[in-house]
Design a binder for this molecule. Structure first.
Ligand code: HEC
Ligand code: HEC
Ligand code: HEC
Ligand code: HEC
Ligand code: HEC
Ligand code: HEC
Ligand code: HEC
Ligand code: HEC
Length: 329
């Protein structure tokens, strides 16, 4: 068959497919996009007679969700909005629409999930995406405030805050960062950013605007920890909050070992009876009496730096002085 004819037939086949499959629109994330954080799945099903919807994610068939009740339609019309938990790398998602027991529509997408620090890079057919683009925001406008006034932006009342309603999940954590907790999203994010709501300032330059005292303290230290010297505050801290004290991205030892992995499985500090390493976790830290905090890397090393080598806590000049912080007192 001549090549041109083959392409022609393929185009017809493809357009038949869009007619049969095209009613469900994947608003976010769109087909062949890369997502870098867990977020939402937003679709518009465009089918007046749909009564329920079912999502199959990487072969796992979900329970049907009712979308046909008058209560549902009053709030969401033909939108479906859910939290999505992506698997690393390729996520294949199929949405089936039903009217009663009858399947009336199917549509699918592939999304690539690449959390920060992931080993696997997305193949070239996957491209980055953003939600806050004019053509997408237009769809949300009927029910959400997309271009808040300065007064709305500065509102520290939860229900009035224009960002909170869609991003509330990110604040549902144990340790919320001060300005995120007061909904001062606009302090760090700019509606004039590119893309919209991008953060114009990054790393230490942003953090030191409010933590100026820390900037002064760090400068005075004789030994500054590598990533602090490099201004990489976000290597360890989440700007919004997390379930770990100090809004750390992971529990302390995991964070430290993500860069100092050689310490894992090696004798650190001293070999104790039985050939084991000195406890680095799992025991109460005697130097923080009363707080009940457990031993961790920061029991002995200050995380940002110090005036002695290895940034020992209490500025202990040498190993012996360090040991005495907890032993033989
Ligand atoms: C027909 C009205 C309607 C439209 C259009 C609409 N939404 Fe919503 N959306 C709602 C309602 C109602 C809620 C629930 C609000 C609440 O929790 O108080 C909601 C909640 C949300 C949430 C929070 C879900 C959660 O995590 O709890 C997100 C995210 C969201 N919408 C995104 C969008 C985006 C993005 C668009 C545009 C592409 C959009 N919505 C368009 C009505 C709508
Ligand atoms: C209608 C719901 C909605 C509102 C209102 C909203 N967002 Fe978003 N935003 C989203 C969704 C959905 C995403 C995609 C990530 C996700 O799935 O949660 C997103 C993504 C983002 C991103 C990541 C970059 C991007 O464009 O994908 C930033 C930053 C952001 N929003 C900031 C804000 C700020 C600041 C406000 C308040 C001025 C705000 N958003 C209001 C729904 C909303
Ligand atoms: C202290 C500064 C700061 C504050 C306050 C802040 N953010 Fe952010 N936000 C950031 C930084 C930094 C990033 C990472 C940007 C990047 O790496 O692209 C970010 C990323 C995001 C993202 C992208 C998804 C993610 O988690 O990486 C969303 C959505 C977002 N912020 C929403 C908000 C909302 C909503 C508020 C208010 C409740 C808020 N932010 C308050 C600094 C801040
Ligand atoms: C708009 C001002 C502002 C900016 C910008 C800011 N912070 Fe904060 N930060 C605060 C406030 C306010 C607190 C709460 C003060 C307190 O409770 O001691 C806080 C608390 C913290 C804490 C917890 C302190 C504790 O004792 O638990 C950490 C960690 C932190 N910020 C890190 C950062 C990092 C990292 C950045 C840069 C991404 C940053 N901050 C940017 C205002 C800011
Ligand atoms: C190597 C990881 C790491 C980096 C990088 C880092 N921090 Fe920290 N930070 C920590 C740890 C660990 C704590 C202690 C948390 C705790 O007490 O549980 C902490 C505590 C804090 C606190 C609470 C008060 C204090 O001094 O103990 C602030 C504020 C803070 N960091 C800001 C910053 C800023 C600003 C930057 C960037 C200049 C930064 N951090 C970079 C790990 C880090
Ligand atoms: C983002 C990567 C990164 C993280 C996370 C990190 N470090 Fe480091 N650390 C470095 C770099 C880079 C250096 C400087 C180069 C070197 O001396 O190895 C360093 C140096 C050190 C040193 C001094 C080493 C020496 O030989 O003088 C100690 C001690 C240390 N880190 C402890 C920690 C602790 C404790 C944590 C967790 C709170 C931590 N690090 C988290 C990257 C990291
Ligand atoms: C009980 C105290 C103590 C604890 C807890 C501790 N360290 Fe150390 N660390 C030391 C001492 C002491 C040294 C100095 C080297 C030596 O004499 O063994 C050191 C040296 C280091 C060095 C520089 C030498 C090297 O091997 O690269 C790094 C990096 C380091 N520690 C990281 C960590 C990390 C990561 C953790 C948590 C998993 C941790 N430390 C927990 C006491 C401690
Ligand atoms: C931040 C507190 C802290 C520091 C600093 C510290 N240790 Fe420990 N050490 C502990 C804790 C907690 C245990 C576990 C005690 C237990 O099992 O009840 C321990 C156990 C030991 C043991 C095992 C013996 C026993 O009692 O079970 C030895 C040996 C030891 N440490 C030596 C050292 C030496 C040497 C140094 C200095 C290089 C040092 N430690 C620094 C907290 C510390």
């Amino acid at each position: 068959m001549p090549l041109r004819l083959l392409i022609y037939i393929l185009i017809i086949a493809a357009s038949i497919e869009t007619i049969a499959w095209g009613a469900v629109e994947f608003i976010y994330p769109p087909q062949s996009s890369v997502v870098t954080a867990p977020g939402h799945l937003i679709l518009k099903f465009n089918q007046i007679d749909a009564t329920s919807l079912r999502i199959t994610h990487n072969g796992v068939v979900g329970d049907p969700v009712e979308v046909g009740s008058p209560e549902y339609r009053k709030l969401f019309h033909d939108y479906f909005i859910a939290q999505a938990l992506w698997d690393p790398a390729v996520n294949r998602m199929v949405v089936d629409l039903f009217n009663g027991g009858q399947k009336i529509e199917s549509a699918g997408i592939s999304v690539f999930y690449a959390p920060e620090g992931a080993d696997q890079k997305p193949p070239p057919e996957y491209t980055t995406t953003t939600l806050h683009r004019p053509e997408k925001e237009l769809l949300c406008q009927p029910c959400h405030v997309m271009n808040p006034t300065p007064a709305q932006m500065n509102s520290s009342v939860e229900k009035n805050n224009p960002c909170y309603i869609c991003h509330k999940k990110m604040l549902a954590v144990k340790y919320v960062h001060g300005p995120a907790g007061t909904y001062s999203c606009g302090y760090c994010h700019s509606s004039k950013g590119s893309p919209k709501h991008a953060v114009p300032k990054r790393g230490a330059a942003l953090c030191y605007e409010c933590h100026a005292d820390m900037a002064v303290q760090v400068k005075k230290k004789k030994f500054i920890h590598g990533p602090i010297e490099a201004g990489m505050c976000d290597a360890c801290h989440d700007p919004h909050g997390s379930d770990n004290e100090g809004q750390l991205l992971k529990p302390i030892n995991e964070i430290c070992l993500s860069c100092h992995g050689h310490i894992r499985g090696q004798v650190h500090v001293v070999r104790v009876s039985g050939g084991e390493t000195h406890p680095l976790s799992g025991k109460v830290d005697p130097s923080k009496q009363g707080s009940g905090r457990q031993m961790s890397c920061i029991s002995c090393h200050s995380p940002h730096g110090g005036n002695v080598r290895y940034f020992f806590t209490n500025n202990a000049e040498d190993r012996m002085t360090l040991c005495q912080v907890c032993h033989n007192k």
